[in-house]
Design a protein around this ligand. Structure first.
Ligand code: PRX
Length: 630
């Protein structure tokens, strides 16, 4: 273990008390000082934080780094679910609301820590009784509701590896993930609610599991109450009701796997990002507590993400529950039944911390100020942003109209792979719209060239993280080469494949991806995935997908499509292709624009030159192109 020096860092909790006025620039220097100190004793820093949580057995060593594989809190034994529930009951939070569920119909449910413990404990035991053992995978295809959280925590309790698949994904996307993770049990619901409609999940899940005999059971949350279950299906609440035992929290190794979450990369096959128990727990715990200035006892916290994404995992579920907070789960569209719904809920629940994506802000900007102005938003203290760069216009609007010029905007740059916030605009440091900010304590971030040389200020290069951090991915499920690639693009460093530049004060701005991954409304979508969905249409020979700038979504999807000989291009055909993508991949991946072309530009080796298409589409000079193709 590192030196146990009493870093001033730990005064940060006092420094950032939310009662303090938010915009105090006086703390600017202190961030630098605290950050510098954290670098002097990184292991000591993390040991101190880890010791705020419960360990059945303390670690022998904070970090073991055998490039590119890291182990954190080596030899430590713990359980993430225990830390989220049992530990909070011991602290007297039994009757505190843990989950505050509300949907677009404004139906609400409040679940206390005590109730959550009961449900999770019984559901965990039920999973055990279905034969789920430590290390088995459980796939969760659920709406953004407490049932999804119960399923996740139950897996964490017994050491099963959960893999949540966003309910907005359709059949093929679900099948790809099932095929890769090989879950013993799939948990789903009859439907999810969005835009006044019930969107089916059960039939999608049923057809997705059909071909996979390794899936022993489909557990169904029967929200309609009248669905007849098949032989290999079990009712979610039936299992809980019939269970009279609470599964004890399994004593897990710090490095035991916790979950797999699939994310898009360059190839059509998504990567199963693997996180482990101890490091992920410590990282999400402290970044939730500090980065949003949370008064964990009193604040009401709302992260508008979905549990199907990493933001939901880390900052709706694990981070807030580890801190004994009240966390809001919202099911539905952000602008349905009207664009005032979110602000009405902020007013009703007196939300203090609000964390959303720039794409939502830009959408609300378009509806105009009158919607937020109808409601009392004075409870808000901190506003978070995640998923894509927040452009200065959106920043300004968020700050002025939502935050009433009172609340700092905490931009947070991170990834499925990083597990926790890496860069942020610290609440009490000076604001710099357009920047993702500066690193979390101990994390060394830089902008470098291909060989890893640090670039001077204001030069565009590759973002890198120079050393391991606790909640980093541990592997790519079943594909260690793909894991090692993250550390080989720039040898020695972790490369997230984002372009960035750093200014004189060390603030980093993010300029986009270096790979064929799009960021559409904050969702990470691989061009290859969309292309393979498009060619499922019987009239299509091949296609190429690019991203185009979009005022609201950040990027929009444009598809160039080559049709089979003799097939006539038409508007109806475009609609059919869209429908195909919606069915196989999901609504988030549907192309906004489709153009029929005779052929696609390719390299001599037959690779589609998406960059050429992009350059042409955006009207870039041919001169630019030659360098792009270099
Ligand atoms: O390109 C960056 C962008 O989203 C990518 C990570 O996507 P995902 O793994 O789906 O996680 C999204 C939520 C953490 C990054 O490589 N990104 C994420 N946050 C920001 C961002 N780009 C700019 N600013 C951000 N705050």
């Amino acid at each position: 273990m590192g030196k146990d020096k009493d870093l001033n860092l730990f005064k940060l909790n006092e420094v950032i008390l939310p009662k303090e006025e938010c915009k105090k620039r006086a703390y600017f220097e202190s961030y630098e000082e605290l950050y510098r100190q954290s670098l002097e004793d990184k292991e000591g820093f993390w040991a101190k934080i880890a010791s705020e949580l419960h360990w059945f057995r303390k670690w022998d060593k904070v970090l073991e780094w055998k490039y590119p594989y890291a182990k954190w809190f080596v030899g430590g034994k713990t359980n993430l679910c225990y830390n989220c529930l049992d530990r909070n009951l011991e602290k007297g939070l039994r009757n505190k609301v843990a989950l505050l569920y509300v949907n677009e119909r404004e139906e609400e449910r409040k679940i206390t820590y005590g109730e959550l413990y009961e449900h999770v404990g019984r559901f965990a035991q039920a999973l055990r009784d279905l034969g789920v053992e430590k290390g088995d995978r459980v796939l969760i295809y659920m709406p953004n509701t407490p049932e999804a959280v119960i399923a996740m925590l139950a897996c964490a309790r017994i050491g099963a590896i959960h893999s949540v698949v966003f309910a907005g994904f359709s059949r093929d996307a679900l099948k790809t993930r099932i095929e890769d993770a090989k879950p013993k049990v799939v948990i789903t619901a009859t439907h999810t609610i969005r835009r006044g409609k019930e969107i089916d999940l059960l039939n999608t899940a049923r057809s997705a599991v059909e071909d996979y005999p390794f899936v022993k059971y489909l557990v169904v949350w029967n929200r309609k109450g009248n669905v007849e279950l098949k032989e290999n299906e079990r009712g979610f609440y039936q299992l809980i009701k019939e269970q009279n035992r609470i599964a004890p929290a399994e004593v897990l190794d710090s490095e035991d796997p916790l979950f797999i979450l699939y994310t898009s990369g360059t190839t059509g096959k998504p990567k199963g990002i693997l996180h482990s128990v101890g490091g992920y727990m410590v990282g999400t715990y402290i970044t939730t507590k500090w980065n949003f200035n949370v008064d964990t006892q009193n604040d009401v916290y709302w992260c508008t993400a979905d549990v199907g994404w990493i933001t939901g995992h880390s900052y709706i579920v694990y981070g807030p529950l580890l801190n004994g907070m009240t966390t809001i789960l919202y099911e539905g569209a952000p602008n349905y039944p009207d664009p005032g719904i979110w602000w009405r809920l902020v007013q009703r629940y007196r939300v203090n911390i609000f964390y959303t994506a720039p794409t939502a802000i830009r959408m609300f900007m378009r509806y105009g100020e009158e919607y937020p102005k109808k409601y009392d938003l004075s409870s808000l203290k901190v506003l978070g942003s995640v998923g894509e760069p927040i452009n200065p216009e959106a920043w300004e609007w968020y700050y002025r109209i939502i935050g009433g010029e009172r609340c700092p905007i905490v931009d947070t740059w991170w990834q499925t792979e990083t597990g926790m916030h890496i860069l942020l605009t610290w609440a009490h440091t000076k604001a710099k719209p357009g920047y993702a900010g500066r690193p979390f304590f101990t994390v060394e971030v830089d902008v470098v060239d291909k060989n890893g040389n640090s670039l001077p200020p204001n030069h565009v290069g590759l973002l890198v993280i120079k050393a391991p951090w606790p909640s980093m991915l541990r592997n790519v499920w079943g594909n260690p080469e793909r894991y090692e690639k993250y550390w080989n693009i720039v040898p020695g460093y972790y490369c997230p494949e984002d372009l960035a530049s750093k200014d004189e004060e060390g603030f980093i701005t993010i300029l986009g991806r270096t790979d064929d991954v799009l960021n559409v409304a904050g969702h990470r979508i691989g061009t290859a995935e969309v292309e393979s969905a498009i060619i499922e249409h019987p009239s299509v020979v091949e296609s190429a997908v690019i991203g185009k700038p979009d005022d609201i979504k950040g990027q929009r999807i444009k598809a160039f499509v080559v049709l089979k000989l003799g097939v006539k291009p038409s508007g109806e055909l475009k609609e059919e292709i869209r429908k195909t993508v919606r069915e196989v991949l999901g609504p988030i991946a549907v192309p906004d624009e489709i153009e029929f072309v005779e052929k696609l530009p390719k390299t001599r080796s037959g690779k589609i030159m998406r960059r050429l298409l992009r350059a042409k589409e955006l009207g870039m000079e041919v001169g630019d192109l030659s360098t792009l193709e270099d």
